[in-house]
Design a protein around this ligand. Structure first.
Ligand code: GTP
Length: 413
């Protein structure tokens, strides 16, 4: 065993094994485990209706992920989420494709990108909630965080639309963006080059962060790939005869555009990047960069921090206790406030009731007085009537007596 001179300064001794131990098989173990577990990949396609999103995904995976055409008349932007189980040889891939619906079709485009932001955040939040559970099952958790956003740019040959810039700007810290010039067969070779450089300079001017190609394997390749952005793509599931071969392409009166011909478009480069060389890196960047950013913002908003005001690390236990105390105090404050408000309300209600009661009492007294006066008046009238009746009877009796007297006098005469 020989010590490595380069590592002498560190506390670790680097030893070269003289016989076979078996840990050289670690990569094989990893491969077997990964194959057993299966792979998953989540793609978000953002682009105007009819820009060829479905066709491109079908072309990428050489399969027909059946889709109905979307209408241009949705009142707001929506997202269509579909998960497919694919298999290449014995490698299973769980592919989730999220596609915008009605994007850019509304007159007011301000709210067009909000559903996309909400969707990205919702997937991060779901993962965070799973992570924070006491009994968590991240191994069989279906991770729906988006690994790559294919942003479809309309082949105008001019410049980016404000909606493109706004959307990319608002999601560039949440997802790996790869811009694509959709239906690139609509542009001539020279127009395409100018359009590409216009787009890139607009993206740089507006500070939009695109997916950074990994430089782990080969820095030169990474630079070449970055230089290709935005990829000019053409999609087609049509088989066209070129010479004696059948190729996937688009047939025009003047010739055939071969989708998989690197001189015709960047489709193959995009496919290699997504599926052969950078899929794991896209997933890693999603987890290490975008999710970490979401997680730390979210935890900071909840009041968590790694260092205290004195710049000393804070233990989770201390933080938990502090948060608990803060929460308890806040609950007590709120309870006290609620009690005060309640008492105040009760007092106000009591005063209102008392006023109402007094008003009723006064009304009652007033009515009682009126009633008594009425009774007195009636009694007076009754008394008067009774007197009148007595007078009447008296007068009647007197007139009867005088009548009888008069009759008697007449008879006598
Ligand atoms: P929605 O789901 O309705 O938003 O549409 P989409 O963006 O998924 O577009 P889709 O793949 O349905 O394609 C719309 C039309 O464009 C179809 O007629 C395709 O054949 C055509 N198309 C797709 N890709 C290309 C392309 O690269 N070049 C050209 N010229 N046409 C294309």
């Amino acid at each position: 065993l020989t010590p490595d001179p380069l590592k002498q300064n560190e506390n670790i001794r680097c030893l070269t094994t003289l016989s076979h131990f078996g840990f050289e098989c670690l990569p094989t173990q990893l491969v077997n485990r990964s194959i057993h577990k299966g792979f998953s990949f989540n793609i978000l396609c953002v682009g105007e209706t009819g820009l060829g999103k479905t066709t491109l995904i079908n072309t990428l995976f050489n399969t027909n992920l059946k889709e109905n055409k979307s209408s241009h008349f949705y009142s707001k932007v929506g997202l269509k989420v579909k998960t497919y189980e694919l298999q290449e040889r014995n490698i299973p891939l769980k592919l989730t494709v999220v596609k915008t619906v009605g994007y850019g079709d509304q007159i007011n485009k301000e709210a067009s990108y909000q559903p996309v932001i909400d969707y990205l955040d919702a997937q991060f939040e779901a993962y965070l909630q799973e992570e924070l559970k006491i009994k968590r099952s991240l191994i069989d958790y279906h991770d729906s965080r988006i690994h790559v956003c294919l942003y479809f740019i309309a082949p105008t040959g001019h410049s980016l639309k404000s909606l493109d810039l706004l959307t990319m700007k608002s999601i560039d810290r949440k997802v790996n963006i790869i811009p694509l010039i959709a239906k690139a067969d609509a542009l001539s070779k020279s127009d395409l080059q100018t359009f590409k450089s216009n787009i890139m300079s607009e993206l740089i001017t507006n500070g939009i962060q695109l997916y950074q190609f990994s430089t782990d394997d080969d820095e030169a390749t990474a630079q070449v790939n970055t230089g290709l952005l935005p990829f000019a793509v053409v999609g087609s599931m049509e088989e066209v005869k070129v010479g004696k071969r059948m190729v996937r392409g688009r047939h025009y009166p003047w010739g055939v555009l071969q989708v998989e011909n690197e001189n015709h478009c960047d489709f193959v480069k995009l496919r290699d990047l997504l599926l052969c060389t950078n899929m794991e890196d896209l997933k890693e960047q999603t987890h290490n960069q975008h999710y970490e950013c979401y997680r730390s913002n979210r935890l900071q908003k909840l009041g968590f921090t790694d260092v205290g005001p004195d710049n000393q690390p804070v233990s989770f236990q201390e933080m938990y206790e502090a948060k608990r105390k803060e929460f308890h105090d806040q609950c007590q404050r709120e309870e006290e406030e609620l009690k005060q408000t309640f008492m105040q309300r009760v007092k106000e209600k009591e005063a209102t009731f008392k006023d109402a009661e007094k008003e009723l009492q006064d009304k009652f007294e007033h009515l009682k007085r009126i009633q008594q006066e009425e009774i007195l008046k009636l009694e007076e009238e009754r008394r008067k009537l009774e007197e009148e009746i007595i007078d009447f009877y008296k007068t009647k009796a007197a007139s009867e007596t005088s009548q009888t007297q008069a009759c008697t006098n007449v008879k006598k005469e």
